[in-house]
Design a protein around this ligand. Structure first.
Ligand SMILES: NC(=O)c1ccc[n+]([C@@H]2O[C@H](COP(=O)([O-])OP(=O)(O)OC[C@H]3O[C@@H](n4cnc5c(N)ncnc54)[C@H](O)[C@@H]3O)[C@@H](O)[C@H]2O)c1
Length: 295
């Protein structure tokens, strides 16, 4: 186990948002002997964290914490494929009213370009702000859980220094520090866009094989004997709230800059693949457009 220095044991951490990421963060921090409280708009999420002892207390207010670690969801509650940052800004407003001057606000949630600066503006930089996007993978939490290499970008140099202390030294998370918060923001949504594109390519090949009377797995295994190629599996379509939403964040940024996008094409392929799986009759480009707008 990683050992923390004496001072940090007296400091107080507030984890805001106790879903998959917040709960796992709180669990890890508590295992280091740190003082961790939690807050969530869901009573259920708070009770789960209290019951299992990953937080000490449910926060009554946001005053007097040294670290505010934001782990709230950033997708639309009615459609998990659509990005939605209102909850995050609500949290920032409350920290702005109640938070301790000079404390660190760490944004672990996935956000789009410019969000860290907006949060720092809401806080009037009275607190430090850093974005350290999470890379949590629940199926491999030992190797790819809370403590894995993460990118950190600060609003300002003083913010990044604070992040180096807390995430790096106190939590023992290997950090790749970047001077620009925007690079950290882009890094997360681009890495998930890249993953989305790789899966969509496998889906495209699978549709191609099915419609051409070829065995996709046989083709994939043959191709993957090449040293620099790795075709992925084509499964049930690209689900979960991370890859679709994060690639949508990137696509929204691209729209005004490029007329053609591989990510846009990948989303269309994924939609076609879902229809293919459900054995619907083949679709026209017009229907495909409509379907893609749902994402
Ligand atoms: N789950 C993953 O594997 C993973 C990996 C990397 C990044 N992320 C990112 O981390 C963030 C959180 O993901 P998650 O999987 O933990 O989501 P989740 O849905 O499991 O949990 C989010 C929690 O935030 C709470 N919440 C929402 N709005 C709130 C508000 N205004 N104030 C307080 N609490 C609020 C919800 O009640 C919920 O308990 C997202 O941005 C996600 O993209 C998730």
């Amino acid at each position: 186990m990683h050992h923390t220095n004496g001072n940090s044991k007296n400091e107080r951490i507030l984890v805001i948002g106790l879903g998959q990421i917040g709960y796992s963060n709180a669990e890890y921090m508590t295992s280091l002997g740190l003082h961790v409280d939690g807050f969530d708009i869901s009573e259920k999420a708070i009770h789960r964290a209290l019951r299992s002892g990953v937080i000490e207390n449910a926060a009554k207010d946001f005053s007097n914490y040294d670290y505010y670690i934001i782990c709230v969801s950033t997708h639309n509650p009615d459609d998990m494929f659509i990005p939605h940052l209102d909850g995050l800004f609500d949290v920032a407003s409350r920290i702005s009213r109640e938070g301790k001057t000079g404390a660190l606000v760490g944004i672990d949630s996935t956000i789009t370009r410019g969000t860290t600066h907006k949060i720092a503006a809401i806080l009037r930089h009275r607190l430090h702000v850093v974005h350290v996007p999470h890379r949590f993978y629940s199926k491999e939490r030992q190797d790819h859980g809370v403590r894995q290499t993460r990118v950190a970008g600060g609003f300002d140099a003083c913010c990044l220094e604070k992040a180096g202390h807390f995430y790096g030294e106190v939590l023992g998370i290997p950090l790749h520090q970047v001077r620009s918060a925007e690079i950290a923001e882009l890094c997360k949504i681009v890495e998930n866009s890249y993953r989305f594109m790789e899966i969509a390519f496998a889906e495209e090949l699978k549709i191609f094989c099915d419609r051409s009377g070829l065995d996709f797995n046989m083709l994939k295994e043959a191709i993957n004997t090449k040293w620099n190629v790795k075709i992925l599996d084509a499964k049930d379509g690209i689900g979960g709230h991370c890859l679709p939403k994060d690639s949508q964040m990137f696509l929204n940024l691209e729209r005004s800059l490029l007329s053609t996008s591989i990510i846009d094409a990948a989303k269309k392929v994924d939609s076609e693949y879902r229809l293919h799986l459900s054995n619907l009759p083949s679709i026209s480009p017009v229907q495909l457009e409509t379907d893609v707008n749902v994402h």
